[in-house]
Design a binder for this molecule. Structure first.
Ligand code: CMC
Length: 430
């Protein structure tokens, strides 16, 4: 007998199907509720709403579990390359050696971007935020590849768009960095792996033939990109799916996801964390004062990098990043005073009843900025790195939605505005 849920409205009982996910997650299927009862469900911020079924990522916020296609994030961060994880997210299985080589070769075919795209930088004001630039550049790709505009074209055309986007993202991110510094761009070097190529385009110089990215940095970047690669139905992934559900092309859907990521409550938190730590350091390093401010309901200050909508125990990504942060700084011989402040802040918050009761723990953004800074990235570039890492996740979510032919996403609302009223001409309005 399939499990059902009963709901009683105005004395009438209705039965709704219950569905169980492959990890035992339960959901009441309310898709027919309005037809049956005239009622909708109300869940502002989608705190309790499943917008889709998905086979990409499993997350248990209570137990601090994150798995992609069945593989634990700990295993992937330790043992896989970023491109392997991208392949896994997109295709559902880890690649064989031959599949991996083929995937990497195909990406390498598309690493260059059209020179016309470089012209856009002339229009961006000096010092404008890299995330604003990334949104514009990603969206502009659709203009250079008009055949990508119809996502229901043959699968081969869509696959080419996927490869193009994966290939061009590091090139575009590096161009943004170079233009910020007023330096000429460095073209992709396809003899390098994905991550080293990105670092070469960013930190190499056209005048340097022999720049070799430090293996410690390559390894750290690889891990950081993996840890950001997907995170099921978060704000940006849901945005990509929502925009894509109108059959908008992949470039524009991704640009919308990047816009969602930019906000300080989502990916933009990594920039905010570093700025917060600097502020505390410059203020004398009084951690207790800032913890008190975060708890004060009359103060808008929040501990950035703390709390998560779904993790209510710990964020497994934060654990890995904290260790990577220590390793990288030790290996590079860097002493960053904000790392000490971060550790004190974490310790103070984790023993404070306010944070314990609300289950607020450091999230993925808490320590990542310290690593990015040690590598040499400016603070306002951190969210760009998050976006680069998240790209295969967004694409996989978009592909899943497209292949399953999901309907256009169109939530309902409960109207709480004015009742009907007659129009009054301006001269009679008093
Ligand atoms: N500092 C102080 N108090 C907090 C914080 C914080 N960072 N986060 C949540 N709270 C309090 C909040 O005031 C509320 O208290 P009360 O119940 O007394 O009103 C309670 O905890 C629940 O918070 P919420 O805002 O209702 O929770 P949410 O699930 O809507 O928000 C969040 C989750 C991540 C937006 C929030 O924790 C936050 O603003 N954190 C700081 C920003 C941040 O680090 N964002 C990155 C998230 S991880 C990267 C990613 O995947 O996007």
């Amino acid at each position: 007998m399939p499990e059902t849920a009963k709901i009683i409205l105005d004395g009438t009982e209705y039965e709704l199907p219950v569905m169980t996910g492959s990890e035992g997650e339960k959901a009441i299927d309310i898709s027919k509720l309005r037809d049956l009862t005239g009622h909708i469900t109300l869940d502002i911020g989608y705190k309790n709403t499943g917008a889709t079924t998905s086979g990409i990522t499993f997350l248990d916020g209570e137990l601090g579990i994150l798995r992609h296609r069945g593989y634990s994030i700990e295993d992937l961060a330790e043992k896989a390359s970023y491109l392997e994880v991208a392949y896994l997210l997109l295709n559902g299985t880890l690649p064989t050696k031959a599949q991996y080589t083929d995937f990497e070769d195909k990406i390498k075919e598309h690493t260059l971007v059209n020179e016309g795209l470089e012209g856009m930088f002339k229009a961006f004001p000096t010092g404008s935020h890299p995330m604003g630039q990334l949104i514009s550049m990603t969206s502009a790709l659709s203009l250079f590849y008009p055949k990508s505009l119809n996502p229901h074209r043959d699968d081969e055309a869509v696959n080419r768009t996927v490869l193009r986007l994966l290939a061009k993202m590091p090139t575009i991110c590096a161009m943004i960095y170079k233009k910020r510094h007023g330096h000429p761009i460095v073209y992709p070097k396809n003899s390098l792996d994905y991550v080293s190529n990105y670092l070469n385009m960013t930190f190499g110089q056209v005048t340097m033939d022999n720049y070799t990215p430090d293996p410690v940095i390559v390894d750290a970047m690889n891990k950081l990109l993996i840890l950001h690669a997907d995170h099921e139905q978060n704000c940006s992934a849901s945005t990509v799916r929502m925009v894509g559900s109108s059959q908008a092309n992949l470039y524009s859907s991704t640009a919308a996801g990047i816009a969602a990521l930019w906000g300080p409550l989502h990916g933009g938190a990594n920039q905010e964390v570093l700025e917060m730590l600097e502020l505390i350091r410059q203020d004398g390093g009084n951690v207790a004062k800032w913890v008190a401010k975060a708890k004060d309901k009359n103060d808008n200050f929040r501990l950035m990098g703390f709390g998560h909508r779904v993790y209510k125990n710990f964020d497994p990504r934060a654990r890995i990043i904290k260790k990577t942060c220590d390793d990288v700084l030790n290996k590079l011989g860097i002493h960053d005073p904000v790392l000490e402040i971060a550790k004190q802040l974490e310790e103070a918050a984790l023993t404070d009843p306010y944070f314990i009761e609300r289950k607020l723990y450091p999230n993925v953004d808490f320590y990542s900025g310290i690593i990015y800074r040690a590598i040499g990235f400016p603070t306002d570039f951190f969210t760009v790195l998050f976006a680069m890492g998240r790209l295969p996740g967004w694409i996989s979510q978009w592909q899943e939605m497209r292949k399953e032919k999901q309907p256009i996403a169109r939530p309902r609302q409960i109207y709480v505005g004015e009742p009907p009223r007659p129009f009054v001409f301006m001269n009679d309005r008093g």
